[in-house]
Design a protein around this ligand. Structure first.
Ligand code: COA
Length: 200
């Protein structure tokens, strides 16, 4: 994925006034990100696609960030990570135009707009690198995640019955939300086609 994202840093103010910095994750963030995932309450980890506390998950995650198969943002206050958002992509397969987004926010910072801000930053990035379609996979009970992405224009595309087995072994329907952003590219291309600079 493009390296331009590496320079982008934003500040976000939580409802209580605390300022967090939102920036691309670097390899040096590995231990703080691991600590963040480990600190998520079980209720917030229950429906995540993988057990984010397993060392194998963290090794794989960091390898993907290193190999640019994933671009991850962290929201941090000093050295403490309070939120994470990741865009995954298979750059060579038949879904190479599709990005898959996941977001997690520390319980103490939820419902203050941080999840939306992180997700929005990744959507902007995904469009900037030319992805056509973005997807989010959640289980039906993940109301906050559904709301966050529906607010950003994602819509229900499919429900796969009994597809998910959560960390306690219970089965759930998997909901796939998607956002086709190709029209944004179509619009830019027609603007470029209409642009015919006059020779002086
Ligand atoms: C999903 C998650 C990232 C949202 O983060 P957040 O910082 O609380 O999100 P925001 O404050 O930007 O809220 C976004 C929307 O979700 C709604 N929302 C947030 N928490 C909610 C909850 N517990 N129940 C219902 N709606 C909720 C907000 O009201 C807001 O909608 P609105 O603006 O229309 O009122 C966070 O809840 C989380 O980390 N959950 C656990 C992990 C998870 O499910 N991740 C999703 C994997 S893709």
């Amino acid at each position: 994925m493009s390296a331009t994202f590496e320079r982008e840093v934003e500040e976000f103010t939580l409802a209580g006034g605390e300022r967090v910095v939102i920036r691309p994750m670097t390899l040096a963030d590995g231990p703080a990100v691991a600590e963040f995932f480990r600190s998520l309450p079980e209720e917030d980890r229950r429906y995540l696609r993988e057990d984010v506390t397993r060392p194998e998950f963290l090794e794989g995650f960091i390898r993907k960030v290193k190999n640019l198969e994933a671009v991850s943002l962290v929201a941090a206050s000093g050295d403490v990570v309070l939120g994470s958002a990741t865009l995954y992509r298979n750059p060579h397969g038949w879904t190479r135009h599709v990005g898959d987004i996941r977001v997690e926010v520390a319980r103490s910072c939820q419902r203050q707009g941080l999840g939306t801000h992180l997700a929005h930053a990744l959507v902007r990035y995904a469009i900037s690198i030319g992805l056509d379609k973005l997807v989010v996979e959640v289980v039906e009970a993940q109301h906050a995640a559904r709301k966050t992405f529906e607010n950003l224009g994602f819509r229900l595309e499919a429900v796969l019955k009994g597809q998910v087995r959560d960390i306690s072994g219970q089965r759930h329907n998997l909901v796939i939300l998607s956002n086709d952003v190709s029209h944004i590219w179509d619009r830019m291309e027609s603007l470029l086609a209409d642009f015919s600079p006059s020779a002086e």
